[in-house]
Design a protein around this ligand. Structure first.
Ligand code: EPU
Length: 432
């Protein structure tokens, strides 16, 4: 298993290209199930989650051609960061998502809706538990049942079928769920009639998927709001789409500059999706200046101000930035309270931050952080994607050596992080 060895303590300086968004590209790739025509996606980040989803789609029979700068590439061995994929779903011949793949990635369950909508049946492995919480699937199943699907659960699989086409529905989510909203949208675009969904998740990645579906011929009204009205079509066509930039990767590098000081340029930034995050970071004292349509200069003198945050569905503070923000607050003089409202077990990074000298107390869903002058180096262990990257951030701030184990979690969602940081002057290496 790979480890990252980091000796930080130096201000960052240089330029980082923000990659395509993980949580967007997974949804975009999944829409290839819905059409028999070519779907071409640009700005696809090289991430292990992308490889896992490619494996799942290929297991269904979907063909995937990969290019880098117009030249054919091999998805599984490429050294490039930014790929173009052309997926074709006309060859789907297997409607079964096996446990061996689904266990690696919860988003595999997003295949249930589009499979049912296109083929009238599907068997998809339940995603199982997860280190950040129980992560139910009741809402995914309830929407599909409301659309006429019969679903039984046996031997760890959801077996779903529908008599004819899925039927439109009026459905109110009793909780905001990104994945259940994605499954519902991908089902309704091919269902019979007009569906109305209330209390939908509004995350920018969902909006990105809706914009692609509209290019494919879907009729989706009120994109970007909590009330979606979708008129089902008989079929969808192919399309070409550029994956939006990753707002969480952007936020992660902003938190990094707060911890290290220095000044860096971020390119390929999607400003619209991170407006609120930028406002929050500015309040901590990090300077953020828009220097072009998709470029920002971020700098800090390491004088970070403590502040309280609580995670909420978009446009609130993202749960996927909670761990990174917690690391930042560890070096802010004073006390800050971090409340995690979305997942019941998303403080796994805290014992590891404590090993690095952080002063944090957890009480139910709130972590109270008392700022310390600096982190110390330590051997620590990554437990999930965002928990892992917050350890990288802590390590960047201290000249002592930090060794982070189990970094396969980071590779799920951060495209070649060690290369990007090394280009900004960080002493970082990946070792076996
Ligand atoms: N929930 C239910 N029932 C359901 C579905 C969800 O009760 O049927 C609950 C969950 O248990 C959780 C809350 O609703 O408490 C929110 O879960 P949601 O369904 O929104 O999360 P998700 O779709 O499983 C996506 C992202 C996560 C991100 C969350 C919240 C992807 C691939 N995953 O997960 O991303 O944290 O939305 O924004 O898009 C990450 O990137 O590190 C990551 C974990």
């Amino acid at each position: 298993m790979d480890k990252l060895v980091i000796k930080g303590g130096k201000p960052l300086s240089g330029t980082i290209e923000i990659s395509g968004a993980k949580n967007s590209v997974l949804a975009l790739m999944m829409t290839s199930i819905l059409t028999d025509e070519d779907l071409t996606l640009h700005n696809v980040p090289y991430l292990s989650d992308v490889l896992t989803l490619a494996e799942l789609l290929e297991n269904f029979g979907i063909t995937i051609k990969v290019k880098n700068n117009g030249q054919p590439e091999d998805l599984y061995t490429t050294k490039e960061n930014n790929l173009s994929l052309t997926l074709n779903g006309s060859t789907i011949n297997n409607l079964n998502a096996p446990y061996s793949i689904a266990k690696k990635m919860r988003a595999s369950f997003w295949s249930l809706g589009p499979m049912l909508a296109k083929f009238g049946k599907a068997t998809v492995s339940l995603p199982g538990g997860c280190s950040i919480g129980t992560r139910q699937i009741d809402l995914h199943l309830d929407t599909l049942k409301a659309m006429g699907a019969e679903i039984s659960i046996s031997n760890g699989y959801a077996n779903a079928k529908v008599n004819g086409r899925l039927k439109a529905t009026n459905f109110t989510f009793n909780k905001v769920s990104v994945g259940a909203t994605i499954n519902a949208i991908m089902s309704a675009v091919l269902a019979e009639g007009v569906s109305t969904f209330l209390n939908c998740a509004q995350e920018p990645e969902i909006q990105d998927m809706c914009h692609l579906l509209v290019k494919m011929g879907a009729d989706i009204k009120n994109i970007g709001t909590s009330k979606l009205i979708i008129t089902g079509q008989d079929k969808l066509q192919g399309a070409t789409h550029t994956t939006m930039s990753d707002r969480i990767e952007t936020g992660t590098y902003i938190a990094a500059i707060g911890l290290t000081g220095g000044s860096i340029t971020l390119n390929n930034v999607d400003f619209e999706s991170i407006k609120n995050l930028i406002d929050t970071f500015k309040k901590t004292g990090i300077q953020i200046e828009k220097t072009g349509d998709r470029t920002m200069q971020i700098s800090s003198d390491k004088q970070i101000k403590a502040m309280d945050i609580q995670t909420m569905p978009y446009p609130g503070f993202p749960t996927d930035m909670q761990a990174q923000f917690t690391a930042l607050m560890c070096l802010a003089p004073g006390t800050s309270c971090i409340t995690e409202n979305l997942f019941e077990n998303r403080f796994m990074h805290i014992p590891e931050l404590q090993r690095m000298g952080a002063d944090i107390t957890i009480n139910n869903r709130t972590a109270t952080v008392v700022g310390v002058p600096q982190f110390n180096g330590a051997k620590v262990m990554a437990t999930d994607l965002r928990a892992s990257v917050c350890l990288v951030l802590a390590a960047l701030s201290t000249p002592e050596e930090t060794i982070i184990d189990r970094i396969y979690h980071i590779d799920r969602g951060y495209c070649r992080i060690e290369h990007k940081l090394a280009k900004c002057g960080v002493d970082i290496k990946r070792v076996k």
